[in-house]
Ligand binder design. Structure first.
Ligand code: CUA
Length: 156
């Protein structure tokens, strides 16, 4: 069978890219212990409600317009599900799951992490623009997945 020279190059290039992607996934999974963004903090998912700081989820002021927001996620909600912060606030999110894998995405920002039971996911974001931000679950977690959401209200 005759294969055109350019066709061969593209086949090689395509095959090569597949190998590169597989290598990236392998390094992530085996060398870096694939996990959600955090300091590799773990938690017993069955005891989230008894484990500090998740026994008291909520907003805590830790500095000058700087906050720590401890959140739990479960089918099919986040706790707390509404938080108010002033404009310019820097928020350190700490999120964990009490049951299955959830997503934690803040629409309109770069915040998008997986929330895996047994792990504590951390992410930081500074809210420079006032408005209402939607936090949504972007990992399919069951029949009520589409209603799993929370809000951050950034006030002037
Ligand atoms: Cu939680 Cu989808």
């Amino acid at each position: 069978m005759h294969v055109h020279r350019y066709e061969k190059w593209w086949l090689l290039f395509g095959g090569g890219m597949l190998l590169v992607f597989i290598a990236v996934i392998a390094v992530n999974a085996f060398a870096m212990g694939m996990a959600p963004p955090s300091h590799m903090e773990t938690i017993d998912p069955a005891k989230v409600d008894q484990t500090p700081p998740f026994d008291k989820p909520g907003l805590k002021k830790i500095g000058d317009n700087e906050y720590e927001l401890v959140m739990t996620s479960f089918v099919f909600a986040f706790q707390p599900n509404m938080v108010e912060i002033p404009k310019g606030a820097k928020v350190h999110f700490k999120v964990t799951s009490k049951d299955v894998v959830h997503g934690f995405q803040i629409a309109g920002t770069n915040v998008n992490v997986m929330v895996v039971p047994g792990h504590i996911s951390t992410v930081t974001h500074t809210f420079d623009t006032a408005g209402t931000y939607l936090i949504l679950c972007n990992e399919y977690c069951g029949a009520g997945h589409h209603v799993m959401a929370a809000q951050i209200v950034v006030k002037e």
